[in-house]
Design a protein around this ligand. Structure first.
Ligand code: C5P
Length: 218
């Protein structure tokens, strides 16, 4: 049996990008490495939590002591998160594709000589964070979202916290080399206020966040 301040608690974490199919061989994705989300899953497990990590395609290794559920699309990620409930807390660190191609053909889209390139019509993906934060019957006690911004980081994060219905937003300034990088400079936005954390290795951001989550369940 695990010990630690989060022993007996279940935490769901999302991490990495999603991939949205265009046709059988092509997809839309983004530059998320999964480093921050995976580090959070590891840090929560180190404090004794049972962790379900729902993640898109990443190159980083599976964290030790964590149940990993691999998915590709945003819709798959939402289904996997819902299947993992109930949870005491949920941390949504994944970089979910906001849009997906409306129609996914069964055949590879062909280049037709002389014809203009085809257009791709996009439709909105479900918002996993907002869905779980407003879940009618199984809302985790603590729901944490992320906000990657390049300007007016904290005001945007405060608005996002209210819009999505989550408890905390971990806001990071991604105008520099944060995406895929080793360090992160974040602000923790809660109902009580804003904490500015120094620029830290992603593992240390994860440890601090896990410790703050443990305080909630102390
Ligand atoms: O609205 P925005 O994408 O900036 O919000 C970021 C937060 O929402 C992150 O926590 C991200 O994991 C989550 N999100 C989500 N599902 C989406 C889009 C974002 O869970 N479709």
């Amino acid at each position: 049996l695990s010990t630690g301040p989060l022993a007996g608690r279940h935490v769901v974490v999302t991490s990495g990008p999603t991939q949205e199919a265009i046709d059988p061989v092509r997809f839309i994705a983004n530059r998320s490495s999964g480093r921050q989300g995976h580090a959070i899953a590891a840090a929560l497990a180190a404090l004794g939590a049972r962790v379900t990590l729902v993640c898109g395609p990443v190159a980083v290794p599976d964290p030790a002591g964590v149940t990993v559920v691999r998915i590709e699309s945003a819709r798959d990620m939402l289904a996997a998160v819902e299947a993992a409930l109930p949870a005491d807390a949920a941390v949504f660190a994944a970089a979910v594709a906001d849009f997906r191609p409306a129609d996914v053909g069964t055949q590879k889209i062909k280049k037709v000589p002389g014809a203009p390139p085809p257009g791709i019509t996009l439709v909105l993906n479900p918002d996993i964070l907002a869905t779980i934060a407003r879940h009618a019957t199984q809302r985790p006690r603590l729901v944490v979202g992320f906000a990657a911004e390049t300007e007016t980081v904290v005001p945007h994060a405060q608005a996002k916290r209210l819009r999505k219905g989550c408890d905390w937003i971990v806001a990071n300034d991604v105008s520099g080399d944060v995406m895929g990088g080793a360090e992160n400079a974040v602000h923790l936005v809660t109902a009580e206020g804003v904490e500015d954390w120094p620029r830290l290795p992603k593992e240390e951001v994860a440890r601090r966040l896990a410790a703050r989550i443990a305080e909630v369940f102390a």
